[in-house]
Design a protein around this ligand. Structure first.
Ligand code: 5GP
Length: 194
């Protein structure tokens, strides 16, 4: 392929979003393992690092002061507050990868997806949906260790998240993670995971 910018096909920015508990992280982990030609954006967050997470791979973990410095300096493509923590997509690396012709995938929440749509109207928005509402409910209620108020709050939030589906370009139903990852890679427009 030519390295001339004028002849290089424009790479695509794809956003993966969907309700909490639908399995976005599992789909992303499969893509990380099987589709290394896809560039996964690394968000900045003020959330505490989980034990299995690696700084710079899963997130850039920063404090609020640093996050606000990035946001105020226009260095974030989008950002949102989720469950008391701030999350944002660094703009520079996304733009650089797209210029180089590499497909870029963002895994962000619904507020972020709306902002990307405004900032980059050519972005492809993919909604990951559960096979049914009952199945999502089952996943969110989990092992039943939470009190009823917490569970109700989570379900209420999930209902709002599910209502955003019509605003997306494509819906993938997460019956099986393997199949969902395969469909997503297909939408990214290059090689497939099989
Ligand atoms: P978690 O803390 O479980 O990793 O992520 C919580 C939520 O934040 C998920 O819905 C995830 O998709 C979202 N998220 C992660 N990174 C970003 C980001 O850069 N921007 C936005 N808007 N949401 C994000």
């Amino acid at each position: 392929m030519s390295t001339d910018d004028a002849t290089r096909p424009a790479a695509r920015l794809t956003v993966l979003s969907g309700p909490s508990g639908v399995g976005k992280d599992s789909v992303i982990e499969l893509i990380r393992a099987r589709a290394p030609w896809v560039w996964l954006s690394v968000s900045v967050t003020t959330r505490k690092k989980r034990e299995y997470e690696v700084d710079g791979v899963h997130y850039h973990f920063v404090d609020r002061t640093e996050f606000e410095r990035l946001a105020d300096g226009g260095q974030l493509l989008e950002w949102a507050e989720f469950a008391g923590n701030l999350y944002g997509t660094p703009r520079g690396p996304v733009e650089a990868r797209l210029r180089e012709g590499q497909p870029v995938l963002l895994k962000i929440d619904l507020q972020g997806a709306t902002q990307v749509r405004e900032a980059m109207p050519d972005a492809q928005l993919v909604f990951l949906a559960p096979p049914s509402w009952e199945e999502l409910e089952r996943r969110l209620i989990g092992r039943g260790t939470d009190d009823p108020d917490t569970i109700n709050h989570r379900l209420e939030h999930a209902r709002e998240e599910m209502a955003a589906q019509p605003d997306f370009d494509v819906t993938i139903i997460n019956h099986y993670v393997e199949q969902a990852a395969y469909e997503l890679v297909g939408l990214l427009g290059l090689q497939t995971t099989r």
